[in-house]
Design a protein around this ligand. Sequence first.
Ligand SMILES: *[C@@H]1O[C@H](CO)[C@@H](O)[C@H](O)[C@H]1NC(C)=O
Ligand SMILES: *[C@@H]1O[C@H](CO)[C@@H](O)[C@H](O)[C@H]1NC(C)=O
Length: 289
Amino acid sequence: MNSINIVHNNKIFLIFQFFLQTIMARGPKKHMKRITAPKSWMLSKLGGNWTTRPSQGPHKLRESIPLSVILQHKLKYALYAREVQTILADKDGNIKVDGKVRSDFGYPVGLQDVITIDKTRESYRVLYDVQGKFILKSIKPDEAKFKLVKVTQKKVGPNNVPYIVTSDARTIRYPNPDIHVNDTLKIDLETGKVVDFLKEEPGNLCYIIGGNNIGRVGLIQHRERHLGSFDIVHVKDSNGKHFSTRINNIFTIGKGKKSLISLPDDNGLYLTALEKKQAREHQEETKKQ
Ligand SMILES: *[C@@H]1O[C@H](CO)[C@@H](O)[C@H](O)[C@H]1NC(C)=O
Ligand SMILES: *[C@@H]1O[C@H](CO)[C@@H](O)[C@H](O)[C@H]1NC(C)=O
């Protein structure tokens, strides 16, 4: 009886504590426990219990990674949160995302965003690898001038102005009428203009941005219609492996076989444990010869 009471009291205490914290907290939460940070951030288990919570922005919480986490853990520029703050707060504007200076610690960076560090003349594109982790692909200055986005909506606004909305929350008025929902746009980051577009259709190269096959790259084969449910798209990678995924996971990245962007080091090719071992052995053998 007693022990039940203690447990019960404990609960009340916890609720009370939570209540206190809620009223005492000022403004939105700035941090999140590392344990609850999305798996795709791939933080190491060491080095503190707290990480930055992404601010509100163009990407959803689960699909983005805070700028500070990128600087601290992915690029290894800064060892401590305070150093990241110094880098970001610099008057010269050290860090650009999609060509705009960002100094917010928690600025949410997402898939396909381009990070530029002028001082070191480095640029990166944010992508997923085949494990579904965010990676920063180092890119040449030429490639850092554009990004790829997916069209999420196509509408007609007031005064009959047609417009499209993109996956990174851009609104583009008077788009080329051949551009449809789910197509990919190549956006010039300096002007914000659409310089090219890619159709989501068979024969084009695509990148998988969700589901079990995340990070894989292959040619779109065909689309299977499922009334009242997600359509399924069949894809074949350059190793000849077939897989299928829901249509919402498809992101076209090329006309035909050629990708417009540099791919992660895994080339979007998923290898089983056995295949990885064989590839390693093959590499060692060729080294010996
Ligand atoms: C993280 O949390 C654990 C358990 O709550 C605690 O023992 C540890 O000291 C904390 N580490 C840091 C760096 O705060
Ligand atoms: C675009 O993708 C969505 C899923 O994200 C799908 O339901 C829709 O049918 C697609 N539209 C076109 C025109 O292919």
